[in-house]
Design a binder for this molecule. Structure first.
Ligand code: HEC
Ligand code: HEC
Length: 306
């Protein structure tokens, strides 16, 4: 907040409170020209329908004190907590600070309860019912937004149950994907290839994936592929898990395998990001959720136990 807005907020807030107090004191003192009714009670002097009068009693004391109480409370609040422009409050409280504190406490508790279990080898955790229960829970809360509640993925987000791995399916590789995250970089070739050349290359990719295609177009596309794509995806198209360059021969495309999808990928490139869980979940939770993902693949032939 700039200095101007800081003072803008401070002055408006304080003037507002002061005016409220002044208004109460002033109107409390002011006495409307009054009369008395038949019972001898003080009235404002207004009379309706011959004998209907408005009594002129002061506001009840408890009500006034309630009002002054809220004023005092609000001033106290503004001194202790952030609320007046940039002023941070004397307690130094922040919502993010409170969040961090609570998270830290929760993590410490989790560590105490499950830390030991989490240190067992991932292969063992992938068969341990308690670990898998925790892992499934963590997955539902932290991963399913992208990978789907059944972990079968969505366009742009890989299926984690099909045994087809972009970054490798060894235990260490899956752990790395989860804990350290992944950043894929597929450059766009819209500048290097003409429209027609893009189409031919896409046709060749479809042939790699095992589809029936026009062989003349595919042969022309292969020349571009060998020159521009083989370095990452391999001469035979089977990919390179070190770079996260997917195997193009399996017929599985996270960004789609239609002519339009492939052309889009080739022209614009793709930069998929798997967020690192190290700072998000911490180590113990990351281990459980990795074990859960591994377990989905051990039974990926249809006998998943959920
Ligand atoms: C610098 C390395 C590199 C080069 C060169 C490269 N790619 Fe890629 N490619 C990747 C990476 C990494 C990905 C994964 C992108 C992602 O996951 O976001 C990818 C993804 C793809 C995909 C999407 C796969 C899917 O599952 O949807 C296709 C199709 C593809 N590349 C084709 C090509 C073609 C055709 C060329 C040559 C014109 C090419 N790539 C050149 C690295 C490369
Ligand atoms: C913000 C979306 C997002 C969230 C949340 C997310 N992921 Fe991912 N994840 C991705 C994307 C995108 C990729 C593919 C990166 C690429 O293009 O290569 C990926 C890749 C992976 C891979 C590697 C897949 C392969 O084929 O090699 C694993 C394993 C994985 N995620 C597990 C998880 C787990 C476990 C969680 C929860 C703790 C999680 N992801 C949360 C987006 C996400």
């Amino acid at each position: 907040m700039s200095a101007f807005w800081h003072w803008f907020v401070v002055i408006i807030t304080l003037v507002f409170i002061a005016v409220m107090v002044w208004l109460f004191i002033a109107t409390g003192k002011a006495r409307v020209p009054s009369g008395t009714n038949k019972e001898g009670e003080e009235t404002t002097g207004h009379v309706w329908d011959e004998d209907l009068t408005e009594l002129n009693n002061p506001m009840p004391r408890w009500w006034l004190w309630l009002f002054y109480g809220t004023v005092i409370w609000s001033l106290g609040y503004l001194v202790l907590y952030p609320g007046l422009g940039n002023f941070a409050g004397t307690l130094g409280w922040t919502s993010s600070g409170q969040y961090a504190e609570e998270m830290e406490r929760a993590t410490a508790q989790f560590q105490e309860r499950f830390g030991e279990l989490s240190q067992r080898p991932l292969e063992e955790l992938a068969m341990h019912p308690d670990a898998l229960r925790i892992g499934r829970n963590i997955f539902a809360h932290n991963c399913s937004t992208c990978h789907g509640s059944d972990a079968r993925g969505a366009p742009g987000y890989p299926n984690l149950t099909d045994g087809h791995w972009i970054w490798g399916g060894e235990v260490d590789q899956v752990w790395h994907s989860v804990y350290h995250g992944r950043q894929a970089v597929m450059p766009g070739f819209g500048g290097a290839l003409s429209d027609q050349e893009v189409t031919r290359t896409a046709v060749y990719v479809q042939q790699l994936a095992g589809r029936q295609v026009d062989s003349t177009l595919a042969a022309a596309g292969q020349r571009h592929y060998d020159m521009l794509c083989a370095a990452c995806h391999g001469a035979d198209g089977t990919g390179n898990p070190m770079l996260g360059a997917p195997d193009l021969t399996r017929g599985i495309f996270i960004y789609g395998g239609s002519m339009d999808d492939l052309r889009y990928t080739i022209v614009n490139g793709r930069q998929g990001v798997m967020p690192a869980q190290r700072d998000l979940l911490g180590e113990a939770r990351s281990r459980f959720v990795t074990a859960y993902v591994l377990s989905l693949n051990e039974n990926s032939n249809g006998s998943r136990d959920d």
